[in-house]
Ligand binder design. Structure first.
Ligand code: HEM
Ligand SMILES: Nc1nc2c(c(=O)[nH]1)N[C@H]1C(S)=C(S)[C@@H](COP(=O)(O)O)O[C@H]1N2
Ligand SMILES: [Mo]
Length: 344
């Protein structure tokens, strides 16, 4: 445990270490929304967990830095941002750990929702706080000693993360069975037990708009949901960024079969638009692995799960799986020409 006689340079390094860990947690937290396939998801979740838990290793040092700065700057600088940052960082780490250990909701509140909101708040306050207490780079920052310390911090953070993961597995805690993304299993093979989840503000529509408009090569075809059950099946995992996943057998029509008639552009994308206006754009080249599903686990989709037809997008996070699909349109624009996450 450090004492009050902490050298000034060590205080600087503590602050830089915190900033580095917060930068890694923030970046990997956002990246976590983009990855859905096991290996990248595992790497991102491990880096995120290690950097987040690593913050705890610096708490004893930071508390010395804080006490010293109190004596030096009493009455000169408004400490409100600093204390809000400490509180919000604590809440972010706590909710991250509660999600990892225990599950997705506590008392009806989505733990990961609170975590993400607190994490984004932390990121904003870090910027305010760092601007207010700027540390200029110095030559000593890249000394051999500083590099060894950085390496030690990274190793300690990874060891702490591995210890937590190992502990979860050994004790049989729910967290020991998490998927690579960190999600907990909910309702696999049993759609009635699978959560109904809306992204932000979308709601289950009254009018299910049971006709689907298929737009390609300047022509529009209208199809009824009944025409879309062509017996193509696909077993795929729906993995929501809210922290749960379920594996189901989906049935309907593969998108490449549906689009087989029209002349398709080389490259290009496909817009999948809900009757609510919610939409995602995917590369046309992926059409062979995408399914427009009318059934789940052998039964017609429920209203909440997207009846009469929804997109099934294996390997992509849940927000790509557009429900209540009303329109499928082939477009020339690249798939990335859209907001990175839906805005509805
Ligand atoms: C600077 C802010 C953040 C900090 C300090 C932080 C910290 C943490 C910690 C300590 C954990 C638990 C790791 C474990 O026990 O293995 C965690 C889990 C998680 N965090 Fe964050 N986080 C932050 C921001 C975010 C953001 C912005 C997102 C998403 C946009 C996010 C998404 C997640 C997810 C999905 C998990 C679960 C991963 C798993 O279960 O392995 N975090 N976070
Ligand atoms: N139209 C529409 N489709 C949507 C959403 C939405 O809010 N509106 N939410 C998405 C999200 S975030 C997830 S995780 C899945 C959830 O599917 P489920 O409710 O069938 O479990 O649907 C996706 N499709
Ligand atoms: Mo989701």
């Amino acid at each position: 445990m450090p004492t009050g006689a902490l050298p000034r340079r060590a205080g600087r390094r503590t602050n830089l270490g915190l900033l580095a860990l917060l930068t890694v947690t923030g970046a990997t937290g956002l990246l976590a929304f983009g990855v859905g396939t096991p290996l990248p998801a595992r790497v991102v979740a491990a880096a995120h967990g290690a950097a987040g838990l690593g913050l705890l290793l610096l708490v004893p040092w930071k508390s010395v830095v804080v006490r010293r700065s109190w004596h030096r700057t009493r009455g000169r600088r408004d400490p409100a941002v600093a204390w809000a940052l400490a509180a919000l960082t604590g809440l972010t780490v706590l909710t991250g750990v509660v999600h990892s250990v225990a599950g997705t909701t506590v008392g009806g509140v989505g733990v990961l929702q609170v975590h993400v909101a607190a994490g984004i708040g932390t990121g904003l306050l870090v910027v305010l706080h760092a601007v207010g207490s700027r540390q200029r780079p110095r030559r000593g920052d890249v000394s051999r000693r500083a590099l060894l310390q950085a390496g030690g911090l990274a190793a300690g953070a990874l060891a702490l993360w591995a210890g937590v993961e190992g502990g979860l597995r050994l004790t049989g805690a729910p967290g020991g069975r998490r998927r690579a993304t960190g999600s907990h299993e909910r309702g696999s093979g049993d759609p009635a037990a699978m959560p109904v989840t809306q992204w932000f503000t979308d709601t289950v529509p009254d009018d299910d708009g049971s006709a689907l408009a298929l737009v390609a090569g300047g022509r529009t075809a209208r199809l009824h949901a009944g025409d879309l059950d062509r017996g193509d099946t696909l077993t795929a995992v729906l993995d929501c960024t809210g922290g749960w996943y379920a594996e189901q057998e989906w049935r309907g029509v593969r998108l490449d079969r549906l689009l087989a008639g029209p002349d398709l552009p080389d490259g290009g994308s496909v817009d999948v638009v809900s009757v609510t206006g919610y939409r995602r754009r995917l590369p046309l080249a992926d059409a062979g692995s995408l399914l427009l599903a009318t059934h789940c686990a052998g039964r017609p989709l429920s209203a909440g799960h997207g009846a009469p037809v929804r997109l099934v997008a294996p390997g992509r996070r849940g927000y790509w799986w557009v429900k209540w699909v009303a329109r499928v349109e082939v477009v020339d624009a690249p798939w990335w020409a859209q907001p990175p996450v839906p805005l509805q």
